[in-house]
Design a protein around this ligand. Structure first.
Ligand SMILES: [Zn+2]
Length: 192
C-alpha cells in the first residue's frame, strides 16, 4: 500500500496503490481530464488499473471530472451523507459548461464508519468519516497504516469557512483514529 500525489493546479489528487490497483481520492476541475491523464502517464499509472474513486467533497476542484473518470470504468464510491448533497452539487456545477453530471450506482454508497464494507470493497482496512467544517458534505478517508485524506478541512486555527466547532469536532474524530499522517487537499502532507 502506498500513495502518489498526482495533483495539478494547486490541488492534490491522490492515487492509493494496493495490489496493483488504484483508488483515486479527488479529481480535478471540469475540463481538466486531459491534464489528469497526463499526470497518470507521468507517474506510470494505467487507467485500467484504477478501480475506484472517492471525492472528499463536492467542490469543482475535487469532483469536476468525476463522471468522465467513471465513464472509463472507474467506480465512484460515495458516503451515505454525501448522497444527500449530490443533487445540489450537480445543480450548482451546471455553471461549468464542460461539467458532466455525476451518477452514482446504488451499490456504491457506503456508510460512514463501516469498516467491514470498506474492507470488502477496497481490500484495505479503513473507513470513511463525516468531517464537516469546510463544507457539510465533507468526508475524510481513513486508511489504516497509511493515513487520513482530509480534503479541505481547515486546521483548527484556520477556520475561514464555517463554525470552528464543526472543525474542532472533525479534528477530534480524526485524532481518535490514531492515524498519524494527514493528506490534505491542498499543501503538503504532514504528521499529526
Ligand atoms: Zn473545497
Amino acid at each position: 500500500m502506498n500513495v502518489v500525489n498526482i495533483g495539478y493546479g494547486s490541488t492534490n489528487y491522490y492515487a492509493v496503490n494496493h495490489q496493483k490497483t488504484y483508488l483515486l481520492i479527488d479529481v480535478g476541475l471540469p475540463g481538466t481530464f486531459g491534464m489528469m491523464k497526463n499526470q497518470l502517464q507521468k507517474y506510470g499509472i494505467h487507467f485500467k488499473d484504477i478501480q475506484y474513486l472517492i471525492v472528499t467533497h463536492f467542490h469543482p476542484d475535487h469532483c469536476g471530472i468525476a463522471q468522465e473518470v467513471q465513464s472509463l470504468g472507474v467506480e465512484m464510491i460515495i458516503s451515505r451523507t454525501q448522497l444527500d448533497f449530490l443533487e445540489t452539487a450537480n445543480e450548482s456545477m451546471k455553471k461549468y459548461s464542460n461539467y458532466k453530471k455525476i451518477n452514482i450506482d446504488s451499490k456504491n454508497i457506503l456508510n460512514e464508519n463501516d469498516k467491514n464494507s470498506f474492507y470488502e470493497r477496497f481490500g484495505m482496512p479503513g473507513y470513511m468519516l463525516h468531517t464537516p467544517g469546510h463544507t457539510d458534505d465533507s468526508i475524510s478517508i481513513v486508511i489504516k497504516g497509511l493515513g487520513i485524506f482530509t480534503g479541505d478541512l481547515p486546521l483548527v486555527n484556520q477556520t475561514y469557512f464555517a463554525s470552528s466547532k464543526k472543525v474542532e469536532e472533525s479534528w477530534a474524530q480524526i485524532r481518535n483514529t490514531n492515524e498519524k499522517r494527514i493528506f490534505p487537499g491542498h499543501g503538503n502532507s504532514f504528521t499529526f
